[in-house]
Design a protein around this ligand. Structure first.
Ligand code: MEV
Length: 435
């Protein structure tokens, strides 16, 4: 097979069947597999009934692909499941700019998750801590015995830590290498397996036994260097766009109100890949925002600076966040579209998946900041929003684009505006002049 590519020019202009063929060719995943996984909305009712309780049906969202994504010298077609217009296009456009500077550079920590065992009503937390640390090897063996399959795959408990939380409460952390699993079930199993022993060593009462979603030993770091020329808009020189993005970054660094929205823009990309690959986006969100407060103040997960490389002005972006993602187990075992997403990406491990998801997050952030620092976000957004309004008004096929254009031009992106435009369009088509 030819090397994977994520450069598929004019992809947005072709039909869905044509896009499937293009992606099949670019990734080596046969078109028939795309059809089989996606035609039924990715999940049939019977399978859905096994997922959760009281099922009435399924609830579909669009699955698109981010293009142009290059990470550590390799191309990735990145599936994104998201309801918000322009998120997929924005990530693809920014990834194209990043590509001009060599693409994203990413690294991920080993896939270590943390299991928490709370003990309360402890008479003396200092001596309890000493006893627990002295028994660390025994506790780790007990933990290892609870997850033999994981140990066989080369993972398992790697470290134990005791944290005093107050004069009568402590928590034991068992850090677990979860290999290619997200790991929630594995670390919860471990917490329950060692809980009684931990409480008896601490001479206190056993409390909660559950994973921590602040998986700060499982971080991913992504950076990129974008030449100013790649960032220029129709009306603004690249260097001015660099300054605008840096200014936007500083705003987020100084103000938690802005940092929250800045991070939301990053999570637009990260979550969409997380959902497409059947992973737990609530866990990822919880971890990301908790990590964003690590300095004691809520801060942006990604920052941007102006740098010079070989006499050229460039924009350097850096993103770091914890990402607990799996490529085996959980939803992936049963969700055909999630399995397809992984096949399209061609990632061989949970760490590789985390690096691609974070790169799409950094691309989403760049695209939002570039738009905000230049034209503002509404122009592009409105054009896409107009299409959904046109659809809601009953437009179909080529009518959608024409109605959308009419209501954008008339600055009337409302259902009434679209209904009127559709009426005019259909009236014109029915007039004798058009027959
Ligand atoms: C909208 O989904 C995301 C943005 O608000 C992000 C940002 O402001 O950086 C555009």
């Amino acid at each position: 097979m030819a090397a994977r590519t994520s450069r598929l020019p004019a992809f947005y202009k072709i039909t869905i069947p044509e896009r499937r063929e293009a992606v099949a060719e670019a990734t080596g995943v046969p078109t028939a597999e795309l059809e089989a996984a996606l035609d039924a909305g990715g999940l049939d009712g019977e399978v859905a009934d096994k997922f959760v309780e009281n099922v009435l049906g399924t609830y579909a969202l669009p699955l698109g692909v981010a293009l142009n994504v290059r990470v550590n010298g390799e191309d990735f077609v990145a599936p994104m499941v998201v309801e918000e217009p322009s998120v997929v296009a924005a990530a693809s456009n920014a990834a194209k700019m990043v590509r001009e500077g060599g693409g994203f550079h990413a690294e991920a920590d080993p896939p270590v998750m943390t299991s928490q065992i709370q003990v309360y009503d402890v008479a003396d937390v200092t001596s309890a801590r000493d006893r627990l640390l002295a028994a660390a090897d025994d506790l780790l063996s007990l933990a290892r015995a609870a997850v033999p399959g994981l140990v066989e795959r080369g993972g398992g408990p790697v470290d134990l830590e005791v944290r005093a939380l107050s004069s009568d409460m402590l928590v034991v952390h068992v850090h677990v290498d979860c290999r290619d699993a997200m790991g929630a079930n594995l670390v919860n199993t471990i917490a329950e397996a060692v809980g009684d022993r931990v409480a008896s060593l601490a001479r206190g009462k056993l409390g909660l036994r559950i994973l921590s979603n602040l998986c700060d030993r499982r971080r991913v770091r992504v950076s990129c260097l974008v030449p100013a020329r790649a960032l220029a808009t129709e009306t603004l020189a690249g260097e001015l766009v660099v300054d605008g993005v840096v200014n936007a970054s500083r705003f987020a660094e100084l103000d938690p109100y802005r940092a929250a929205t800045h991070n939301k823009g990053i999570m637009n990309g990260v979550d969409a890949v997380v959902i497409a690959t059947g992973n737990d986006w609530r866990a990822v969100e919880a971890g990301a925002h908790a990590f964003a407060t690590r300095s004691g103040r809520y801060a942006p997960l990604a920052t941007w600076r102006r740098v010079e490389r070989d006499d050229e002005v460039c924009l350097r972006g850096e993103l770091e966040l914890p990402l607990a993602l799996g490529t085996v187990g959980g939803t992936l075992r049963v969700h055909p579209a999630a399995r397809l997403s992984l096949r399209l990406m061609g990632v061989g491990s949970a760490r590789a998946l985390a690096m691609v998801a974070a790169s799409v997050g950094l691309a989403s952030n760049l695209s939002a900041l570039r738009a905000l620092a230049t034209d503002g976000i509404q122009r592009g957004h409105m054009a896409l929003h107009a299409r959904s309004v046109a659809l809601a008004a009953g437009a179909s096929g080529p009518e959608v684009e024409r109605v959308a254009t009419l209501i954008v031009e008339a600055r009337e992106i409302t259902l009434e505006g679209a209904t009127r435009a559709l009426g005019v369009l259909r009236g014109a088509a029915a007039s004798p002049l058009h027959r």
